[in-house]
Design a protein around this ligand. Structure first.
Ligand code: HEM
Length: 205
């Protein structure tokens, strides 16, 4: 860890601060506009990237980290939200331009982004209810994330992060994968390739 940071997490937060801001802007201007269709497109883009990232994370062995990766899976929530909002998740193609997640250190870097998204999710959930009347039952399950358990889940992830980030080399791997993951999210969310399926593939709402 570099001098001046009490924890590796604070270093990582500083290193990814600009990437977070850019992604937040993309989400707000493209997906959280107040129009329901834009929100559904946002969920579709999220599913495109969460699904392959979570599949790669599930292929790693997390027993040494004592981390239950399946309890952090969120792509099923995205699929449920899409179905409830009338979009068929099975016709949405995966986004393949994701970082290499062949090691647990890389996985921990990607998880920083996936788990951190739950923190902003709390703000977004409130916005969804106020602006679109969307709650956990009618399309807001993904952003509500772990609900009252958000801090518990975040802190237990941070324990794994701090244990793994010993030594400069480990820190570099985690940090560069976190940055690549933020960038992959940005590319996916700002790509215009979200499939608008033909009407007959849409699920009746
Ligand atoms: C409109 C969209 C977003 C808003 C308003 C937002 C807001 C926030 C807020 C308020 C926090 C700090 C929470 C706290 O300290 O308790 C946070 C943290 C974080 N968010 Fe976001 N966020 C958004 C989108 C995202 C997305 C899409 C991702 C990743 C895919 C993400 C990743 C993170 C990460 C990694 C952190 C943790 C930073 C740290 O170490 O403290 N955010 N976000």
């Amino acid at each position: 860890m570099s001098d001046g940071f009490k924890t590796f997490r604070l270093q990582l937060r500083a290193e990814t601060h600009v990437l977070h801001g850019t992604l937040e802007t993309a989400l707000t201007t493209r997906g959280l506009t107040g129009k329901r269709d834009d929100y559904v497109d946002l969920l579709a883009s999220m599913l495109r990237i969460y699904r392959p990232l979570e599949a790669a994370l599930a292929r790693l062995d997390w027993s040494s980290e004592r981390l239950d990766i399946s309890s952090r899976r969120k792509s099923d929530w995205l699929a449920t939200d899409l179905l409830r909002l009338g979009r068929d998740p099975s016709v949405i193609a995966d986004w393949h331009d994701i970082p290499c997640l062949d090691s647990n250190l890389q996985g921990i870097g990607a998880l920083y982004v996936l788990e951190g998204a739950s923190l902003g999710g709390q703000v977004i959930s409130k916005w969804l209810l106020d602006r679109l009347d969307i709650d956990t039952e009618n399309g807001g399950r993904f952003f509500s994330s772990y609900g009252s358990q958000v801090s518990v889940m975040w802190r237990s992830y941070l324990d794994v992060l701090e244990r793994a980030a010993v030594g400069e080399q480990n820190g570099k791997v985690i940090s560069s994968t976190a940055c690549q993951t933020f960038e992959a999210f940005h590319h996916c969310l700002t790509s215009d390739a979200v499939q608008h399926p033909p009407h007959e593939l849409r699920v009746a709402s």
